[in-house]
Design a protein around this ligand. Structure first.
Ligand code: SF4
Length: 549
C-alpha cells in the first residue's frame, strides 16, 4: 500500500502548551505580515484523541507567557482560581504531624498566579489555534523524523490497524509522510522524536545529563470545601524523607482538589516504589483529613525534566527546533514549566517566521532561536536556578539557602561554582545486596488508597489490545537472568501503572508487559537500569484520556 505524502510548511510535533502556543504565535505573526491572510500551512500532530487529553501538570500557572501570547484574551482562560497570599503555604510533614513554615522562599511564592488544569487550558488554547487557521491532527502519533542529507525534512506518523503480531488488519492504514520546511519538536519530557533526533545529531554532548522526576497525581472531589479554588499547599518531609521530592495539594472549582507527589528519579534503592510512596502520602493525617469521604475522580502520572539550564541540549539543527519539556525548559526551583514551555514555543515560532522570510531552514539560520532564548526572560529565570537541582543532592537545607540567596549569588553554587554536574538517574541504582529492602506493608482500603489497576481505570485509558506492544524491551532475557538478581526488577515498582510483571509459567519466569495499562509517563524509558526499554507511541488515540488533570 502506497504511503501518502503530505506537504505542510511547519509542523509542531506534540499538542502540549509549547506546541499549541507556538502554532498560535506563528499564525498571528504570519497574518500580521499578510493583511490577515495565513499563507503558510501550520499543523500540530497530537497522539491523543482530543487536544490536551494526555497532558498532566500540577498546576500553578505563571501567566506571563499567556499574557504575551493573548494580551486581550488571556483572562478568558479556564483557570480554577487565583492564588492569594492567604491561600498559600508550605507544610512540613513529620510521620504523624505537620507544621507550616513561617516563610515561603521567594521562588516558591505564587501570589497572583493561577491554579489550573493543563488539560482544560490546552483544550481552550487549541480552539484558539484552530480559529487562527492551525490544523490540529489528533490521533496522529509521530513515529520518526524523516531525515535527508543530515536535515530533518518531515515526520512519519504511525501506522494504524496492525495486530499484536505485526500483521495488517482489515482497517490497516499506513502512516503518512508529512514533508515540511521545519519541524518544531514539542513532544514533552523524554519525547520519542526528541530522543531520536538527540541521538542522531548528538544534541546533548555538551550538556549535563537530563534528570527527571515522576509526578503522580489524583483529582478528588471532597465532601465539603476543604480548599478554596486557588489554594496552594506544598509539602516537604514525609513520606520522602531520604528522597528528593515533595507533595502538592491545590484547590480547584466544584470541591475538586488536585493532589500529587513528585519523586525524583535519582534514588539508589531499587526497591523504592513511587506509587506506594504516594499512597503513604495520602494516609498522612494532614492529607487524609482533607480526603475523608471524598471520591477519587482521576489518576495519572508524568515525568518532569528537572536538570535545568545545564541539561538543555542543543535545541536547533538543520530543519528542526526543540521547545518545552522536550528541551528541558522547566524551572525546578519554582516547580513550574508551563510558562517556559509556552514561551519557548513562541520563540521557536518567531525563529520559524524569520526562516520562512529567508526561505532558509538550515541550522545556522535556526540557531537564532538559541539567541532569542538567551535574550529572553527564559534564560534569566533558568540561569538563576541553574544549580538548584544539583544542590538538592547536598540536602534540602543547603538547597533552600541557595534558593533564598539566589539573587545575591546569581545562581552560583555556594556563591562559587557556575556549573555543578548531574548524573543520569538510571546510573544511581545500587545492587540489591547493597541496600535494605523497603517494606511498604500497605493494604489498599478502596476509600483512600487504591491499587494500580484502579488508578489505571481512573486514567480513562483506551487501548486496543490487538496492537503491537509499544514498550520495546530490547532483550527480555536480561530482565530474568540479570535484573531479577541484581536489582530485583525495579520496573515492577517504578511503573505507576502496573505495566511490567515478572510472572511464572511452568516454573519459568518471564516478563509480562501489560501495555494497555500504560499512562505514557516515560519513567521506564528513563530509569530502567540497563537502558533497554524504548517507549514508542501506540496506535493513535490509545492511552490515558484525562479531563481535569
Ligand atoms: Fe510509564 Fe513506562 Fe509504565 Fe507506561 S510502561 S506507565 S511509560 S513506566
Amino acid at each position: 500500500m502506497e504511503r501518502e505524502k503530505i506537504d505542510i510548511d511547519v509542523v509542531f510535533v506534540g499538542g502540549g502548551p509549547a506546541g499549541i502556543a507556538g502554532a498560535i504565535h506563528l499564525a498571528k505573526i504570519i497574518k500580521s505580515r499578510n493583511n490577515g491572510q495565513l499563507n503558510v500551512s501550520i499543523a500540530v500532530l497530537e497522539k491523543a484523541r482530543e487536544p490536551g487529553s494526555q497532558l498532566l501538570s500540577g498546576a500553578v500557572i505563571d501567566p506571563r507567557a499567556l499574557q504575551e501570547l493573548l494580551p486581550d484574551r488571556w483572562l478568558e482562560a479556564p483557570f480554577e482560581g487565583k492564588v492569594t497570599k492567604e491561600k498559600e503555604k508550605i507544610v512540613y510533614l513529620t510521620k504523624q504531624s505537620h507544621f507550616a513554615l513561617p516563610i515561603i522562599p521567594p521562588p516558591l511564592r505564587n501570589e497572583g498566579y493561577y491554579v489550573g488544569s493543563i488539560v482544560k487550558i490546552v483544550k481552550w488554547l487549541s480552539e484558539i489555534a484552530e480559529e487562527e487557521g492551525v490544523d490540529i491532527f489528533c490521533e496522529f502519533p509521530a513515529k520518526e523524523p524523516i531525515i535527508k542529507d543530515g536535515a530533518v525534512i518531515g515526520i512519519r506518523t504511525s501506522d494504524r490497524g496492525v495486530d499484536k503480531k505485526g500483521r495488517k488488519k482489515p482497517n490497516f492504514e499506513p502512516g503518512v509522510d508529512i514533508l515540511t520546511k521545519v519541524v518544531v519538536i514539542t513532544d514533552g519530557a523524554r519525547g520519542n522524536i526528541t530522543k531520536i533526533v538527540d541521538d542522531k545529531f548528538g544534541l546533548s554532548l555538551s550538556s549535563n545529563p537530563q534528570v527527571y522526576a515522576i509526578g503522580i497525581k489524583e483529582i478528588w472531589r471532597t465532601k465539603n470545601t476543604v480548599l478554596q479554588p486557588g489554594a496552594v499547599i506544598h509539602t516537604m518531609g514525609y513520606p520522602l524523607n531520604d528522597l528528593i521530592g515533595g507533595g502538592f495539594i491545590y484547590g480547584m472549582k466544584d470541591n475538586l482538589i488536585s493532589i500529587g507527589l513528585v519523586v525524583s528519579l535519582e534514588y539508589s534503592n531499587p526497591t523504592i516504589d513511587p506509587y506506594l510512596e504516594f499512597q503513604k502520602f495520602k494516609l498522612h493525617p494532614f492529607i487524609k483529613n482533607m480526603l475523608l469521604d471524598g471520591e477519587l475522580i482521576e489518576y495519572g502520572a508524568k515525568t518532569i525534566p528537572e536538570g535545568g539550564w545545564w541539561s538543555i541540549p542543543r535545541v536547533y539543527g538543520d530543519g528542526f527546533l526543540i521547545a518545552g519539556d522536550a528541551g528541558g525548559f522547566l524551572n525546578n526551583q519554582r516547580l513550574k514549566g508551563i510558562h517556559l514551555a509556552m514561551k519557548t514555543g513562541m520563540l521557536a515560532a518567531e525563529t520559524v517566521a524569520l526562516a520562512l522570510e529567508k526561505n532558509d531552514f538550515r541550522g545556522e539560520i535556526l540557531a537564532s532561536y538559541y539567541r532569542k532564548i538567551a535574550d529572553s526572560w527564559v534564560k534569566d529565570e533558568l540561569w538563576e536556578s541553574r544549580n538548584f537541582h544539583q544542590m538538592l543532592h547536598r540536602g534540602t537545607f543547603l538547597a533552600g539557602m541557595h534558593s533564598i540567596l539566589g539573587k545575591i549569588f546569581r545562581g552560583r553554587a555556594f556563591g562559587l561554582f557556575d556549573r555543578l554536574p548531574t548524573e543520569a538517574g538510571h546510573k544511581l541504582f545500587k545492587k540489591l545486596d547493597e541496600v535494605e529492602k523497603v517494606e511498604y506493608n500497605l493494604e489498599f482500603d478502596g476509600k483512600l488508597t487504591y491499587d494500580r489497576l484502579t488508578g489505571v481505570f481512573k486514567a480513562g485509558i483506551t487501548h486496543d489490545e490487538d496492537q503491537p506492544i509499544h514498550l520495546l524491551v530490547q532483550d527480555p532475557s536480561i530482565c530474568i537472568e540479570r535484573c531479577s538478581v541484581e536489582f530485583g526488577n525495579p520496573c515492577e515498582k517504578f511503573c505507576p501503572a502496573g505495566v511490567y510483571e515478572i510472572v511464572e509459567d511452568d516454573g519459568q519466569k518471564r516478563l509480562q508487559i501489560n501495555a494497555s495499562n500504560c499512562v505514557h509517563c516515560k519513567t521506564c524509558d528513563i530509569i530502567d537500569p540497563y537502558q533497554i526499554i524504548d517507549w514508542v507511541p501506540p496506535e493513535g488515540g490509545s492511552g490515558p484520556n484525562y479531563g481535569k488533570m
